[in-house]
Write a protein that binds this ligand. Structure first.
Ligand code: HEC
Ligand code: HEC
Ligand code: HEC
Ligand code: HEC
Ligand code: HEC
Ligand code: HEC
Ligand code: HEC
Ligand code: HEC
Ligand code: HEC
Ligand code: HEC
Ligand code: HEC
Ligand code: HEC
Length: 302
């Protein structure tokens, strides 16, 4: 009994739905075209018959061209957009790398064999210690941003042997500072000296610091000839003030032009040759015996 009732109710509902659908459909088909349009269509001339000579084009009447990257990208959309956005210098033709593709055979397990090899174009780029290229580089987005952490910090010297060597060969307190203490957070970060040091004088920039102190051998001090006297004055205040106050002609000469290297004491003759007769100079080999103070030459105007 129960099942018969159910069947009846269900078929009733089905009928209703069908009726509703039909009326809907006929309503959609129904809209009547405006009268004028029908007239206009009727008046249109029949389409000219196709010219007799032209045969219908064959499906095979075309040259086959190799797939361009955008065409591979129709199916490999994510690969295409990754290269487009992050590919850097790998925006090459896909087939320049994938000389073989659509050749994977799960029975042969030949994936590694058919995939492009980095070495073909780059050789063993960073030496024998780093041969698993894709551990650090995604092939379709090769610019890597390796994190600097305790683990990667051990490897800096393997790729930057020269820097490690410089730090060892020019011992300074930086030799004991770990690479990753300065180059922290992310690979390639260049630190500001001022994160750890105060400048000698106000307004000094990192560029100034580096002009005197190479980062990896900071005690190998060298400075340009146009270094401002005030920079030296930060540490040699007495000499600086004396020269500033002097009326002698050496006031025109910058410190760095006489002291071309730090701690180097110049010979007067380098600039003046032989200003006096040999007899005088033999008797008084020290010019300052008469000229007193190189930083404050006694002058006639005094
Ligand atoms: C610089 C070389 C290079 C270029 C250019 C390149 N690929 Fe690849 N591609 C590789 C390498 C290497 C792998 C292997 C990755 C692996 O071992 O899983 C790979 C893997 C793939 C894979 C399989 C794994 C995956 O990521 O889905 C597909 C698909 C693929 N590439 C498609 C493309 C297409 C499409 C293009 C061009 C739009 C392209 N590749 C351009 C080097 C390249
Ligand atoms: C009509 C769709 C289509 C086009 C176009 C296409 N592929 Fe594929 N490709 C596939 C499918 C499907 C697979 C297998 C499933 C998968 O790995 O995504 C595949 C797999 C691959 C693979 C990995 C497996 C293997 O056997 O090599 C590479 C690499 C690849 N395609 C490269 C390319 C390159 C390069 C182009 C353009 C020259 C290209 N594909 C064009 C559909 C396509
Ligand atoms: C078909 C040759 C080819 C293959 C295979 C290839 N590359 Fe390249 N790669 C290039 C070229 C070309 C450049 C650009 C070189 C340049 O301009 O100095 C490049 C550049 C790079 C760069 C620098 C990227 C940038 O944007 O500056 C990295 C990193 C790199 N490749 C890593 C890899 C790795 C890792 C693999 C293997 C997964 C690989 N390449 C496979 C040709 C290739
Ligand atoms: C331990 C991680 C690591 C491994 C493994 C590795 N690389 Fe690199 N590679 C780097 C880093 C870091 C750079 C520096 C540039 C950057 O940030 O992308 C780089 C840069 C490059 C560059 C571009 C240099 C430039 O001019 O900017 C190429 C090309 C390259 N690698 C190829 C390879 C190849 C080929 C292999 C495998 C034989 C490989 N790499 C393995 C980390 C790695
Ligand atoms: C797999 C090799 C590799 C490893 C490991 C590596 N680097 Fe590099 N690094 C490179 C390459 C390649 C470049 C770019 C070319 C260059 O300047 O020599 C680079 C560039 C740099 C630069 C210069 C960035 C610039 O703007 O001039 C610094 C700084 C640097 N690396 C520091 C480090 C430190 C610190 C570590 C350890 C945490 C490290 N690297 C580990 C390969 C590597
Ligand atoms: C006291 C901080 C400090 C330490 C320690 C340090 N660096 Fe540097 N490094 C710098 C600064 C600052 C620069 C920028 C130098 C410049 O622009 O002349 C730099 C530049 C670099 C460069 C790019 C320029 C170049 O000389 O090749 C690399 C690579 C580099 N450092 C790697 C290393 C490695 C590897 C170590 C550890 C063995 C290390 N650094 C230790 C501060 C440091
Ligand atoms: C991460 C911190 C750090 C950075 C960045 C840093 N240094 Fe240092 N530096 C030190 C430490 C630590 C010492 C040893 C203690 C001290 O003298 O303050 C030192 C010592 C020095 C010394 C004396 C070396 C010696 O052996 O007596 C000089 C010079 C110096 N730094 C210059 C620089 C310059 C220039 C820069 C920027 C290129 C710089 N430092 C960047 C940490 C740093
Ligand atoms: C004109 C060259 C010159 C410039 C520019 C310069 N320094 Fe120096 N710096 C020196 C000399 C010279 C010493 C003393 C070295 C010695 O003791 O023999 C020194 C010493 C230092 C020392 C060792 C500690 C101390 O104070 O004696 C640190 C640290 C230092 N400089 C950091 C810096 C920083 C940071 C900058 C940039 C803001 C900088 N220097 C710019 C020449 C310079
Ligand atoms: C950060 C401080 C600092 C700066 C900046 C600095 N010096 Fe020095 N300088 C020193 C120290 C420290 C000595 C060693 C003093 C000693 O041995 O009594 C020294 C020594 C000298 C000496 C040798 C002194 C002697 O008795 O033999 C000369 C010359 C000299 N500096 C010139 C300069 C000049 C020129 C500049 C600017 C281009 C300069 N210094 C910048 C700290 C500095
Ligand atoms: C015309 C060349 C000349 C100029 C300019 C000059 N010096 Fe000197 N400086 C010398 C000579 C020569 C000596 C050696 C003097 C001696 O033997 O008594 C000397 C000695 C020094 C000494 C060590 C002895 C001392 O008096 O403390 C320091 C430090 C020094 N100069 C710093 C400076 C600074 C800083 C400046 C710029 C403000 C400067 N010099 C400008 C030639 C010069
Ligand atoms: C870097 C070159 C240089 C060095 C080194 C140098 N001088 Fe001079 N000196 C000069 C210049 C430039 C003048 C100014 C010349 C002019 O204006 O005619 C000068 C002028 C003088 C004058 C004339 C002073 C005046 O006010 O009329 C005397 C004296 C003198 N120097 C002595 C010395 C003595 C002594 C030394 C060594 C202790 C010395 N100089 C080292 C470059 C130098
Ligand atoms: C016996 C003392 C004496 C000695 C030693 C001496 N001078 Fe003089 N020098 C003088 C006198 C005096 C003048 C003239 C002063 C004047 O005109 O103001 C003079 C003038 C100069 C002048 C200026 C010349 C001019 O045309 O204006 C220079 C430069 C000079 N001396 C350099 C030197 C040098 C360099 C030495 C060492 C090689 C030296 N002197 C040794 C006494 C001396």
């Amino acid at each position: 009994m129960k099942t018969r009732k159910k069947v009846m109710v269900l078929s009733g509902i089905l009928m209703l739905v069908l009726v509703a659908l039909f009326s809907c459909a006929s309503q959609q088909v129904a809209p009547e075209k405006p009268q004028e349009m029908q007239v206009a269509q009727a008046e249109q001339p029949a389409a000219p018959p196709p010219p007799k000579e032209e045969k219908p084009k064959s499906l095979y009447d075309a040259d086959v061209k190799p797939l361009a990257p955008a065409e591979c990208g129709r199916c490999h959309y994510s690969v295409f957009s990754q290269i487009k956005n992050e590919g850097g210098k790998h925006k090459l033709d896909c087939t320049q790398c994938h000389t073989k593709y659509h050749a994977y055979n799960p029975v042969k397990q030949n994936w590694a064999e058919i995939m492009p090899k980095c070495e073909t174009c780059h050789g063993v780029f960073h030496g024998q210690k780093f041969t698993a290229c894709t551990q650090c580089h995604a092939p379709h987005a090769p610019k890597t941003q390796i994190a600097v952490n305790a683990e990667t910090a051990k490897t800096c010297g393997d790729c930057h042997g020269k820097v490690a060597q410089t730090l060892q060969q020019s011992p300074s307190k930086h030799t004991k500072v770990a690479c990753a203490t300065c180059h922290h957070s992310k690979h390639g970060l260049i630190p500001s000296c001022m994160t750890c040091h105060k400048p000698h004088t106000a307004n000094q920039t990192d560029k100034d610091c580096l002009a005197c102190h190479p980062a990896h051998s900071p005690l190998t001090i060298a400075y340009p000839k146009d270094t401002a006297n005030s920079v030296c004055g930060a540490c040699h205040g007495a000499v600086y003030k004396k020269l500033e106050a002097s009326t002698g002609k050496h006031k025109q000469v910058p410190c760095a032009q006489c002291h071309t290297k730090h701690r180097l004491i110049p010979k007067c003759q380098e600039c003046h040759g032989q200003p006096h007769g040999e007899v005088v100079l033999k008797k008084f080999p020290d010019c300052l015996a008469c000229h007193v103070d190189v930083h404050d030459l006694p002058s006639k105007s005094k």
